[in-house]
Design a protein around this ligand. Structure first.
Ligand code: SF4
Length: 306
């Protein structure tokens, strides 16, 4: 593994590349990345980077977002088969029908969506800025929210906004059950439970805080507490241990893993850098221009960079 790491470092310099990795990626991939973060942080890094080549260790919609935000850079997805089932749960035709049914509603779209869906939305959001963006949309308009019904219902609960929710979901966060949370609490009574808003309502109400993965990172760093039960994809536990060592993190269950995120490996990162693997992500220019408007509105409406 040390040899691979050395090779990756050399290739990175030769190709003027930056490696971006999502917090759900395997530990070895996170450890070789220049930046590890959630969708929002990765979007910002992708839009700002001066590197010529972006190696995006995540799933397809994330690499597409990077390509849309920074058209002058080449974006490579090391694992071309890494998709996101939630992003595939709504088609452009289905969103078109929804827009026809609610013509006065604003369309807010979770960044976990295809470029075509972003292109049809008024604004995008991530789980870290969803609340502040929903609050800023014109109060007289209803909101169509796609594709995640769980994140959507959390926004409804927190903001009181009237929303039409699409029936999508994250299969990984759907693995979290109320029983997992009560069991973890009984095993670690001093720990606070942090849960992601993609988890179902019946689980969210059992947690101490509902936070994006970026929000969880900030929370544990600032908290006086030393123990946390982490109810999101298990990869975040490695990120927290790296960024805020000395505290204890318990995954709510080892079953909460995303098979698409876990496709990532050092070998595929090396191959992407060497030009022998991975896929250059290309988004149709007309779709990309429209999707960029929704992403830029998100960045403009985000509070304090969140
Ligand atoms: S964790 Fe869920 S939302 Fe994230 S990539 Fe995996 S399936 Fe998609």
């Amino acid at each position: 593994m040390a040899d691979l790491r050395t090779e990756i470092e050399q290739l990175k310099k030769e190709r003027d590349a930056v490696i971006l990795a999502h917090t759900y990626q395997p530990a070895e991939v996170q450890d070789c990345a220049d930046f590890v973060g959630d969708s929002y942080g990765l979007s910002l890094e992708a839009s700002r980077t001066a590197a010529s080549l972006i190696i995006f260790c995540g799933v397809r919609f994330m690499a597409e977002t990077a390509a849309i935000l920074n058209t002058s850079r080449t974006v490579i997805l090391p694992e071309p088969l890494a998709g996101c089932p939630m992003a595939e749960m709504i088609t452009a035709q289905e969103l078109g029908q929804l827009k026809n049914r609610y013509p006065d509603h604003a369309v807010m779209c979770y960044v976990n969506s295809t470029a075509e869906i972003k292109a049809m939305a008024d604004v995008c959001c991530t789980s870290s800025n969803a609340l502040s963006i929903a609050k800023k949309l014109p109060p007289e308009r209803g909101i169509i929210f796609v594709p995640d019904r769980h994140l959507g219902s959390w926004i409804e609960e927190q903001t009181g906004r009237q929303m039409v929710l699409w029936d999508g979901f994250c299969p990984t966060h759907l693995r979290i059950t109320p029983e997992m949370i009560t069991t973890a609490r009984s095993e670690h009574p001093a720990a606070e439970v942090l849960i992601h808003p993609e988890a179902p309502h019946e689980c969210r109400v059992l947690a101490d805080a509902v936070l994006s993965t970026g929000g969880m990172s900030t929370y544990v760093e600032k908290s006086d507490n030393d123990e946390f039960i982490i109810a999101t994809e298990i990869g975040l536990v490695h990120t927290l241990k790296t960024n805020t060592p000395g505290k204890k993190y318990y995954p709510v269950s080892d079953e909460v893993t995303c098979p698409n995120m876990k496709r990532g490996s050092l070998v595929s990162v090396r191959n992407a850098l060497a030009g022998t693997g991975g896929e250059k992500v290309v988004v149709d220019s007309e779709v990309a221009a429209k999707a960029l408007r929704s992403l830029e509105r998100m960045l403009a409406l985000s509070e304090d960079g969140k």
